[in-house]
Design a protein around this ligand. Structure first.
Ligand code: NAD
Length: 253
């Protein structure tokens, strides 16, 4: 497979890139600001005999998205698989303190950007348009299922929209050879969460709300993504998969 990963310079995206390359797949790693990190992932993959490229694009800019797909195809050939992992959070904010600009940015990246990446992929993968089909995994969040942890209602809403969109999108393109799935990680140790998890008390409180009693690792999410991308998941589309350590339970602490 030839895989494009948005937000692939760090966290879940980077782990997915490394694992895909290990399994012999070609990988285009999109980054926005973390150029050096993206190049390091590419260099590590190349050192292990794999094939990867690092490509800049801000998924909240429509013109960047078509340019990204063009560049990926130029470098590696037709893109058969897409993982939308680019995403941002906000600092914890009560609704009464919402700022329209912050909300617009959040949805521009997490929701509209992801939808436009799906549009671009559908245009190229759809058998109706001469493509060979493909698979898309959208990285959502367990936050969508609980309205977010305190102060994260907007983030949760941006991800709930991803789940609903993915369901409708998948139905539309299923007859055209494209599968699309929404993957919902629980709390995972990455740069997005490192500040929160650095506080031992906060970490313990969060872990007490996870059935397995621990946060997850990016590699555990990458494993699930690679399976969804593979032919082993050939009859799975239009659904959400939770990778969340057994799900949210009411905390004991
Ligand atoms: P991360 O911050 O390491 O990864 C997100 C990546 O997206 C970063 O490399 C960032 O530079 C990139 N990005 C942000 N805005 C972008 C833009 N406009 N254009 C292109 N790239 C952009 O954190 P992560 O945990 O690996 O997050 C990956 C995905 O997983 C995100 O969509 C996040 O919402 C989701 N998620 C994370 C967790 C968690 O606990 N870490 C839980 C559920 C869902």
């Amino acid at each position: 497979m030839t895989l494009l990963i948005t937000g692939g310079a760090s966290g879940i995206g980077a782990e997915t890139a490394r694992l895909a390359a290990q399994r012999g797949h070609k990988v285009a790693i999109n980054y926005r600001s973390r150029e050096a990190r993206a190049r390091k992932v590419v260099a590590d993959i190349a050192a292990n005999g794999g094939q990867a490229v690092a490509l800049p694009a801000d998924v909240s800019h429509e013109a960047d998205i078509s340019g990204l797909f063009d560049a990926a195809e130029q470098a590696l050939g037709p893109i058969s698989h897409l993982v939308n992992s680019a995403g941002i959070g906000t600092s914890p904010t009560r609704v009464e303190d919402f700022d329209a600009g912050v909300l617009a940015r959040l949805f521009a990246v997490n929701t509209v950007g992801l939808m436009l990446c799906c549009r671009e992929a559908a245009r190229r993968m759809s058998t109706r348009r001469g493509g060979k089909g493909g698979v898309i995994v959208n990285v959502s969040s367990m936050a969508a299922t609980i309205g977010g942890r305190p102060g994260a209602s907007a983030y949760a809403a941006s991800k709930a929209a991803v789940d609903s969109f993915t369901m409708g999108f998948a139905k539309e393109v299923a007859p055209e050879g494209i599968r699309a799935v929404s993957l919902r990680p629980g709390m995972i140790e990455t740069e997005m969460t490192e500040r929160t998890l650095a506080d031992r008390e906060v970490r313990a409180a969060i872990e007490s709300t996870i059935a397995m009693g621990r946060v997850g690792q990016a590699q555990e999410i990458a494993n699930a993504i690679l399976w969804l991308l593979s032919d082993e998941a050939s009859f799975i589309s239009g659904v959400t998969l939770d990778a969340s350590g057994g799900g949210f339970v009411f905390g004991k602490r």
